[in-house]
Design a protein around this ligand. Sequence first.
Ligand code: CP
Ligand code: NVA
Length: 309
Amino acid sequence: MLGKDFLSIATLEPGDVEDLLKLALDVKADPKEYKKALKRQVLGMVFQKSSTRTRVSFEVGMYQLGGTGLFLSSNDLQLGRGETLADTARVLSRYLDGIMARVYGHEDIEELAKHATVPVINGLSDKYHPCQALADYLTMKEHVGELKGKRLCYIGDANNVYNSLVYGGIKLGVNVTIGAPEVYQPSEDFLKVVKPQAEAAGVELAITNDPEKAVAGADIIYTDVWASMGQEDERQVRLKAFQPYQVNEKLMSVAGPQARFMHCLPAHRGEEVTDEVADSEASIIFDQAENRLHAQKALMIRLMGKKHK
Ligand code: CP
Ligand code: NVA
């Protein structure tokens, strides 16, 4: 159920995800229709980490809905000097209509949501990137049509982006395969939770360390950076481990001509993906980036527009 907050796709019903995608398509097709949807509302955007897409798409999205976004770097807030997340959430709730936050530990976004009286949106945590997955499935829908039964192959680290794609896949009937070295495959704890849900939904979650086997016949080949924000110290070890998993023309040719290429961006070109693939006809990475705007506008309308219903 879409409750007060949006911290993960895990807690949504399939109908909620479908509704958000449908509204996103509508908002995208007819943005003027929604220009007063969040009139005079203010979204605070708290960032513990860097961002280009999330920051700009949320700020522009609020403006286009008749409100405004307020960028708040956590270093500049009193948070950086030890004010608690709980007090920050309570105080911000007295000024703002919604909070979007990008955090390291997922428990930080949970703490904000627990103490905020306004909706809290996860703009990426170490565990999940649900806004990204919403935009990704919107993009898939536009490019490959009906999602049910399609196969998304994720090549790389079983990180926040992968986790949210899995939950989205379970809700929308998309089979998700991951191709990754054993140590970077999904954890037992994660699989224990998602496997029964996938089975109940008739969705296949496959795991392999063979990149060619992983991609064969997939509708979407998706990758992300090998070292996420906060993992800079592991960069050299990861670069070595993931080398055979680069998405290049050879791997794309194994996937087949139907396969489209996706990446949440930012990309480390020449590492997880080559220029040839990122800039190929098959690549839909910039549609994906654009769809962050439309998907998040739909999300904010549903979460923050509630009080006006
Ligand atoms: N994909 C994504 O979240 O990009 P940013 O880190 O630039 O926000
Ligand atoms: N997995 C990446 C995604 C960036 C949008 C990270 O967490 O850094």
